[in-house]
Design a protein around this ligand. Structure first.
Ligand code: 5AD
Ligand code: SF4
Length: 470
């Protein structure tokens, strides 16, 4: 039957989806029940979006979602930013293998950033031979073809692309929330921060054409989406390598013109090239949410240089000053690494100093993790664990102190909230987000989900509010 399969994408994948629909329908008939899938996503927003694409393909084929790993098809979408993420995946995979012994027809796939590391593929091949399909970050659009290949053969299917200059979109996808989603505007990263494995596993920077992005968002909006998050490892360098170059700020302005789209977020800008043009576009476009995630990584100019971040402590603080001047109500959040090789107490004090000056709304704090193959892995002065842990605790305390001050600022105001879900612990409450991304809990019913409503913020609880519907 394969002779009928076209070479071009995405038509090729749609052909495989059609073939699989029949196969899965047969399997359902034989089993006398639905076939289920479960995707376990590790890591960042990019992976979360990739998982929506994988889910879309599986649903199109005829699988239905379940929230446990007792499924007919389980996919692990992995992250390799830190070593312990890798260790966790293998622990869980071991359990899954044990389960598969009793369910021979179960399918297990593993994909994502970890699979772009050759050593990890070796490990899967030798130790986890029960895995059915292994693929990477560049070819998730091919899931249907890979499943078809697996069903037609006996062994593990491995398909990893080292890099790619192709961008295949227009594949089905299933959104986690009906009213908000992410959209990739670019892939890969060219920055090579010295600790980071992303440029090696996600490949070189590639931007999508603005008209493709606009078209996709328009379709999402027609389908009920109110909020989109524009995703890229370094959104500020969006569009630089397109045939007709476009700035990220210009793209944002264009996206803001889309009728029916109410909120726009983006992740992640790099401080070294966050432009004044972007700040100005944000200031005059209320649809763009009042939140900037601005990874600091370290407050020490010396460490920043070793990290290859290409800004100094002073330049970062100056950028924050400019942002706050034009966007006084913006929330700033960040990523910080402690224990980078060679970090001294003095360097760490610089980090604390920036944290105290900026007063972030929240921060993701990480203990440096050595990633083989990155320049930092072979740097002198790896910091002992006791010291890193102690610094980490002091950092957390400084971050919470700043966050407490910032979150109190809006008490008493009435602000729009996009309602996301029923509160898990208190079902009489619903939970939503302010434009600045802060969570708000208030009394309400499920009919509010997906709507933007005015809520009075009665009380700050440090990093979230308790409010009431107005
Ligand atoms: N060790 C610790 N944290 C890291 N990050 C990236 N690489 C490492 C590493 N090797 C953090 C950075 C980045 C976030 C996504 O993960 O802070 O911004
Ligand atoms: Fe990693 Fe730096 Fe690229 Fe972010 S900008 S993905 S930290 S290399």
């Amino acid at each position: 039957m394969d002779y009928m399969i076209p070479q071009e994408e995405p038509e090729r994948q749609y052909a495989y989806i059609r073939l699989l629909k029949d196969i899965i329908a047969d399997k359902k008939n034989t089993a006398g029940r639905e076939l289920t899938y479960h995707i376990q996503t590790f890591g960042c927003q990019m992976n979360a979006r990739d998982s929506e694409k994988l889910a879309g393909i599986l649903e199109e084929i005829g699988y239905v979602e379940t929230d446990t790993e007792e499924a007919d098809f389980v996919i692990y979408n992995t992250c390799s930013v830190r070593e312990n993420a890798n260790t966790r995946v293998y622990g869980r995979l071991g359990h899954l293998g044990a389960r598969k012994k009793h369910r021979r027809d179960m399918l297990i796939a593993i994909c994502g950033c970890m699979m772009q590391e050759p050593d990890e593929i070796e490990k899967i091949k030798t130790t986890y031979r029960f895995v059915d399909i292994v693929f990477g970050t560049h070819n998730i659009f091919k899931l249907a073809e890979l499943i078809y290949d697996r069903l037609r053969s006996d062994g593990m299917i491995i398909d990893i692309w080292k890099d790619t200059d192709r961008i295949v979109e227009d594949i089905p996808n299933a959104r986690k929330y009906s009213f908000k989603t992410g959209i990739n505007i670019m892939f890969g990263c060219n920055n090579f921060c010295s600790y980071c494995i992303v440029p090696y596993v996600r490949g070189r920077e590639r931007s999508r054409e603005p008209k493709e992005i606009i078209r996709e968002i328009e379709k999402m909006v027609a389908d009920g989406v109110k909020e989109v998050m524009l995703l890229g490892q370094n959104v500020n360098s969006y569009g630089k390598t397109l045939d007709v170059p476009v700035s990220f700020a210009a793209l944002l302005s264009e996206v803001a013109e889309i009728d029916g789209l109410e909120r726009i977020r983006f992740m992640t800008p790099h401080p070294k090239d966050l432009s004044d043009e972007l700040i100005q576009v944000m200031a005059k476009t209320p649809k763009i949410c009042r939140h900037i995630h601005l990874p600091l990584q370290s407050g020490s100019s010396r460490i920043l240089k070793l990290m290859n971040r290409r800004y100094t402590k002073e330049a970062y603080l100056e950028l924050v000053r400019r942002i706050r001047e034009s966007l006084p109500d913006v929330a700033l959040t960040t990523d910080i690494i402690v224990g980078f090789p060679g970090e001294t107490e003095e360097d760490f004090q610089d980090t604390l100093d920036v944290v105290r000056q900026v007063e972030y709304d929240s921060a993701f704090t990480f203990i440096y993790s050595k990633r083989t193959g990155t320049p930092a892995a072979s740097m002198d002065g790896q910091v002992p664990e006791e010291i890193t842990k102690e610094r980490f605790d002091r950092l957390l305390a400084a971050v919470s102190e700043g966050a407490r001050k910032r979150c109190g600022l809006d008490v008493g105001k009435i602000l729009p909230v996009l309602v996301e879900e029923v509160n898990e612990q208190h079902p009489e409450l619903v939970t939503g987000r302010l434009s600045n991304n802060t969570l708000v809990h208030f009394k309400g019913d499920p009919s509010l989900i997906g709507r933007i409503v005015d809520v009075k913020l009665n009380e700050s609880k440090g990093f979230y509010y308790i409010g009431e519907l107005k």
